[in-house]
Design a protein around this ligand. Sequence first.
Ligand SMILES: NC(=O)c1ccc[n+]([C@@H]2O[C@H](COP(=O)([O-])OP(=O)(O)OC[C@H]3O[C@@H](n4cnc5c(N)ncnc54)[C@H](O)[C@@H]3O)[C@@H](O)[C@H]2O)c1
Length: 277
Amino acid sequence: MADNSTQKIRVVVSGCAGKMGKEVVKTAIADPQLQLVGAVDKCHTSEDAALVAGVGDSCQVGISSDLSETLIRTDAQVCVDFTHPDVVLSNTLSIIEAGCRPVIGTTGFSAGAMDDIAKALEAKGLGGMIVPNFAIGAVLLMKFAEEASKYMDHAEIIELHHNQKADAPSGTAIKTAEKMLEGLKASGQSKFGGTNGQEAETITGSRGGTYEGNLHIHSVRLPGLVAHQEVLFGARGQMLTIRHDSIDRTSFMPGVALACKKVMNLSGLVYGLEHVL
Ligand SMILES: NC(=O)c1ccc[n+]([C@@H]2O[C@H](COP(=O)([O-])OP(=O)(O)OC[C@H]3O[C@@H](n4cnc5c(N)ncnc54)[C@H](O)[C@@H]3O)[C@@H](O)[C@H]2O)c1
């Protein structure tokens, strides 16, 4: 039988022993267009990535703690990162430095970090993606919220996640806020909640964090949750609520697989899955 493995996209998973990384390992093994060639994590080093992910059969890919060495040794074309906000910028720059295309799911980027990544990609002539939410339902929520913001200028975001999430607000909430502000500005307005009364917080933080354009974001952290978000719009005598729930991490995997394929033909930084759908 002909060996067509060389035509598969060579993928390394960074953060492969984490909740998301394990799902990505399963996806990379199952997808006929992808080939898992490397796996990186600070935990479970030297163990088989598939066994750690709970696949059942060994994939002969041992977990390494050295990202750069793994990318170069495996001649990786794409590296998917689901690690931690503290390390994601340096990981992404290492991925680009190794001549590999980053597909970044880790959230919690600082404002300047995306500029640094865009410049590094440009210098290497590579494409890369940063995707705050790979679930199609969440991408649609953002699109609908942007549209609604053209017509309803009183809105707040509530995002709800499991209690091990490091960053707040979520990357999805920030991206949703950006989109909603674009929608609001398209209608000639610049501020949400313009007719709200005078406010005084008797407990600091009660009104949540405030994004540009006076858009309030509230972050809930509880065990039992996965990743959820509501956008509430209010107007005289009516409410519109748009809600998305990821109840299982498999919800993100079609988007991750798609990004791994699409990034091969991109140039520069693409922020958000909607650009490759
Ligand atoms: N974009 C999306 O659609 C999406 C969806 C869910 C989660 N996330 C984000 O993905 C990230 C990971 O989430 P998770 O729930 O899988 O977290 P997790 O804590 O379960 O997994 C993170 C993994 O990264 C490893 N890690 C951390 N620092 C490392 C380092 N310096 N070197 C090597 N490995 C390191 C950890 O050992 C762990 O195995 C978070 O930022 C989360 O918000 C994004």
